[in-house]
Design a protein around this ligand. Sequence first.
Ligand code: SF4
Length: 432
Amino acid sequence: MTASAYQDIKTSLSELYLSDERPWLVGFSGGKDSTMLASLIFDAVLSVPPEKRKKPISVLCTDTRVEIPAIVEMVEGTLDKMRKCSQQHNLNIDANLLKPTIEESFWVNIIGRGYPPPNRVFRWCTQRMKIDPVSVFVQQRLGHWGEAILHLGARRAESSTRAQTMAGRETRNGLHRHPDLPRVWVSNPIEFLTTEDVWAYLLQKPNPWGGDNRALYKLYASASNGECPIQIDTSTPSCGNSRFGCWTCTVVDRDKASEGLLASGDERMEKLIEFRETLLFYRDPANGKRDNRRVNGNEGPGPLIISARRELLKRLLALQEEVGLQLISPEELLLIQQMWKAARDPDDGRGVARIVNKQRGVIMSTDLNELNRLREMEEEVAREKGIDVETLRRMLAKVEEYSESHRAHGLPDDLLNILKDDLENQTVGAKK
Ligand code: SF4
């Protein structure tokens, strides 16, 4: 592909940028295709005169809370650079790392509810951990915006199925309707590029936000599969067999991404890979870890039995200490405790605390008083400040997200956006 062909894509993007006021969303997974997409978009906006850079653009990236550590570190670094670049050049681009709610986290579903680790038939994870956080974000923003354009890095050359699906869509001015979000129009600027075109671009051109893509190329070098695209609907192929999936992924037969990272010296992956094998063992009904009744009471492999959930929690906490990474949060532990009380064979409501205390030698609250107290305080503050309690919780979660990554850049804008959502909801409520 020639340099002018890449320039043509940027030119169409800047024309589209100036053609109307619809805000843009950009799907970003940290993989090669979406990195190229984001790079083209940044360049397109940079080519627009500064006084015309008014369009709000949100880069959306999901973190399932069980992402491969090296990938999370790289993605967080990139989002941070994007924010700085946007601020430096007044691009009006915000970069968002979206996570599933605690209620829908991988561990709460497996260890709390007893869901079997996912497989191709029962792939419960993608909707809850990847699609829902994006849909919630988009719906909230659409409240202010009315319509939006979502740019994705999908390419026809990825697979023949992908090519067929993309060819069969009805488009208007190069955009097609999102299957589930009626006011969202989807654009695929790199639709016709080959994998070689993508790498040629990424390796020759530094990113507009700084840095090159050699580290990204190295990540791909040890495994040859494609990236896990940002999931926007259930027709998107499984993240399985991907470079950028969860380290816990039991949908794939082999986790080549984790294996590749281990081979290239990331020793944390050794124990994580072993734990994935443990999850596969627990999923197999032949190993006695599953109830022999389904949730609806019919015969057949059901949820993980409570003793199996306890064993998994013990092993997970031991793993957490071994690798020195936080793999499960205190909020998830509290919720799991609550769920065990409602399980088919319930415990006394102190099972999680006993395991945690034994494992770590620390005292964890044996009931939910602590959590309830926190919730009451939040409600009181929300009442005093005249904002919705959910809005306050979102703001606190946002602050926590930033403090986890030891940065504050972009936080005021994000908090402001949450407050705008609150105002919008109040206005909609008042109109009704
Ligand atoms: S990477 Fe695997 S576990 Fe994670 S959401 Fe995708 S299919 Fe589910």
